[in-house]
Write a protein that binds this ligand. Structure first.
Ligand SMILES: [Zn+2]
Length: 242
């Protein structure tokens, strides 16, 4: 897979581009700032502006490596367009996604390298992460909420790098998901996201540039999902952590 524009230029949310393929209500763009979704993170939302006026981008569909932007009207577009990501939505996804890494890092550290079995970030400011944790006590898990907020308060930098796929597989703990590995890019490299001083893991999502960009987090709920899976639901609060 080619590297995503939103990975190379996460701060660029508006791009002047053109439609290279279209069907009613959907376009492929020459260049797109939109995150296409994946790894539990929702695709970006936003607008496509041009001679047709402004249409809403309400979803993304990736078919055979082509990124289709789904529009709110069944119009077939052509020509130049300005693609604009909804900045508030992207920021909230980055916030939740970074907090999911913090949770994941603490569970990995305190529960003998427990792996992730699933994750979903939601538009309402909540996220769930499922872990392979057959024996953990839910109260012990819940007790890590202050530590999540402590990491946020410490303002640890978040950065990314590309690691050769073979090296990534040999590095214990880098591939944190039990089932999903982010696809290597065209050079065979896997993207690794590091919260400096806390955690490194393969991930293809979007993140904050440092942990203090997040509001405080609450652990809302812990459910047992089957014999092995523990589902931890977190939510952003309106506050900065104290
Ligand atoms: Zn991530």
């Amino acid at each position: 897979m080619p590297r995503l524009f939103c990975h190379e230029h996460p701060e660029v949310l508006i791009v002047e581009t053109r439609v290279v393929d279209a069907r009613p209500g959907a376009v492929v763009l020459e260049q797109s700032p939109f995150y296409p979704g994946g790894g539990g993170q929702l695709p970006d939302r936003g607008q496509l502006r041009g001679s047709h006026g402004a249409l809403r981008v309400i979803g993304i569909e990736v078919t055979d490596g082509r990124v289709w932007h789904l529009l709110d009207e069944p119009i077939e577009l052509a020509g130049a367009a300005e693609a604009a990501v909804d900045a508030a939505f992207r920021a909230m996804m980055a916030e939740l996604h970074t907090d999911a890494h913090v949770l994941n890092a603490l569970v990995f550290r305190h529960f003998q390298g427990a792996l992730v079995t699933g994750a979903q970030l939601n538009a309402d400011g909540t996220a769930r992460v499922d872990f392979d944790l057959p024996t953990a006590d839910n109260d012990r898990l819940r007790a890590h909420e202050p530590e999540i907020n402590d990491v946020i308060r410490q303002d640890l930098p978040v950065r990314h790098a590309y690691v050769a796929a073979a090296d990534a597989r040999a590095d214990r703990g880098l591939l944190r998901s039990r089932s999903v590995t982010p696809p290597p890019d065209a050079d065979g490299a896997i993207r690794v996201v590091e919260i400096v001083g806390l955690d490194r893991q393969a991930c293809g999502g979007t993140h904050l540039t440092s942990t203090a960009g997040s509001r405080a987090v609450r652990i809302l709920k812990i459910d047992n999902k089957g014999r092995h899976n523990r589902r931890i639901k977190i939510g952003l609060t309106g506050e900065s952590p104290r």
